[in-house]
Ligand binder design. Structure first.
Ligand code: ADP
Length: 458
């Protein structure tokens, strides 16, 4: 069943295992819907544990060649080809992304460029995964450190950046020589399937990159299996802190490497000496990407009491210009939300405890469009003051002194920011925002092991 046309998803593109488009073993499907109006886009395989076993076995077999008998130069060439094909097909990939995720087309194009950039970066890094020659403490010995691919890795990705979060992980893993089973978010599996189709065209060997869509229920079973499987060597996950903790604890039984990019709760502080225009533009840029649904969006907004009203007026003017609608419409600058229940709850809680709505506050009937919203008089008793909002609500808290605001900004178990993310930079969180780094040369660390070798030279 398909309600839109694209060359990138051939008929029967349900799941991608061992280089082939296949159905789930149980024959089941689930629907992927347009988040704007909930209309059916197409259906994909609802994989279960049996398919995960097949996917992991395919990746394990492919590892023998990709990980152990392929040169860095060969891996680099395939990643480079994959990058070039992604760039050539940017328009088609962006359309799939907008349809399943909702972000405006211009933003979707930006994500595809960003997504492709990781393949370009890691095609170069593949050839620079160097070891070390280490001076030994005694004569007649030579010491070396070499880096080896960790093996089969599972990538679990979120719906807010369904293309870029996949290639950011996959580029590094494949450069290192690992093979992959990817489990895209149930809301947005089409971008991952399209990326797999392009990987095939780029010449990635069968079994090296597998994509298993699954609904939420099957995802929970698959993830448990993966964490406990002795055939999976590492897991890299981007999503909520809550799910990240589940994966970490489930992986304890196999002492698996786990890389986690989790929730954030970034503070944004405007002092009374701030350049007002820059402050407004800065907040706008870091709050409204993906309708406010990113882990690096400014979340707790502290404004000095002296300039509070002026700032609220300025940001309100800027936000009034946002055009809500279907992301495919070129005029639209803010698309629908994947889930509006969570933010409606936060907003109602804040209003019931005394927050005031300055702008917006409503969702459009029969859609998941939510008006760009500003609330003021936010206090620490409100859930919105310390919860990741994941929506277009600017919740403003007043402060009086630098000392006070720094203390409040740091009073969180999260530690994540970085709207300026790029392939060259090592991205990742501290505290309960994550483990490990993605992008840059550090991204390779998650998918390699150091091996120490000692030679007797006497
Ligand atoms: P969000 O709340 O933003 O959807 P999640 O952490 O729930 O973020 O989802 C991110 C990814 O984690 C998705 O691919 C989703 O399918 C997957 N996921 C959700 N729940 C679980 C779970 N219990 N175990 C493993 N993966 C899960």
């Amino acid at each position: 069943m398909r309600n839109f046309q694209t060359e990138l998803l051939p008929e029967g593109a349900k799941a991608f295992i061992n280089g082939k488009w296949i159905n789930a073993s149980n024959g089941k499907l689930f629907e992927v819907n347009d988040p704007y109006n909930n209309e059916l886009l197409c259906d994909v395989a609802n994989c279960d544990v049996q398919d995960a076993e097949i996917g992991v076995a395919a990746a394990k077999q492919a590892f023998q060649k990709w990980g152990l008998e392929t040169t860095a130069k060969e891996r680099s060439a395939i990643l480079q080809k994959w990058y070039q094909l992604m760039v050539q097909k940017e328009g088609q990939l962006a359309e799939i992304l907008t349809r399943e995720q909702g972000k405006p087309l211009a933003e979707a194009r930006g994500e595809i460029q960003y997504s492709a950039s990781f393949l370009d970066w890691y095609s170069a890094e593949a050839r620079r995964i160097y070891g070390q020659v280490v001076p030994p403490p005694v004569l007649n010995r030579q010491h070396f450190h070499v880096r080896e691919p960790i093996g089969v890795v599972v990538l679990i990705t979120p719906w807010n950046f369904p293309s870029a979060m996949l290639t950011r992980k996959a580029g590094a893993a494949l450069a290192a020589g690992c093979t992959i089973v990817a489990k895209p978010a149930e809301d947005t599996p089409l971008s991952a399937l399209a990326v797999a189709q392009i990987a095939k065209e780029a010449g990635l060997p069968d079994g090296v990159f597998n994509v298993l869509p699954a609904d939420r229920e099957n995802t929970i079973e698959i993830s448990k299996f993966i964490c406990e499987s002795q055939d999976v060597d590492a897991i890299s996950f981007t999503g909520s802190t809550q799910v990240g903790k589940i994966l970490l604890s489930q992986s304890a039984s196999t002492v698996k490497r786990v890389c986690l990019e989790l929730g954030g709760n970034a503070p944004f502080i405007v002092f009374d000496t701030a350049n007002m225009e820059k402050a407004i533009n800065g907040l706008f840029a870091s709050k409204f990407r993906c309708s406010g649904q990113t882990c690096v969006c400014a979340n707790r907004i502290y404004v000095h009491q002296k300039i509070h009203d002026q700032f609220v007026e300025g940001i309100s003017k800027a936000m009034s210009k946002l055009v809500l609608g279907h992301g495919i419409d070129k005029k639209v600058t803010m698309g629908p939300l994947i889930n509006k229940k969570a933010i409606e709850h936060l907003l109602n809680d804040a209003i019931s405890k005394g927050a005031k709505i300055v702008l917006g506050g409503k969702s459009k009937p029969d859609t998941t469009l939510f008006e760009p919203t500003i609330i003021t008089d936010v206090t620490p008793e409100m859930e919105i003051a310390h919860t990741e909002i994941f929506g277009p609500i600017v919740a403003i808290q007043k402060f009086e002194s630098e000392e006070e605001v720094i203390k409040r900004a740091n009073d969180t178990r999260y530690g994540l920011a970085g709207i300026m993310s790029c392939a060259e930079a090592a991205f990742g969180g501290v505290k309960e925002s994550g483990l490990g780094r993605e992008g840059s040369i550090q991204g390779i660390d998650e998918f390699t092991q150091w091996k120490y070798m000692c030679l007797n030279t006497s």
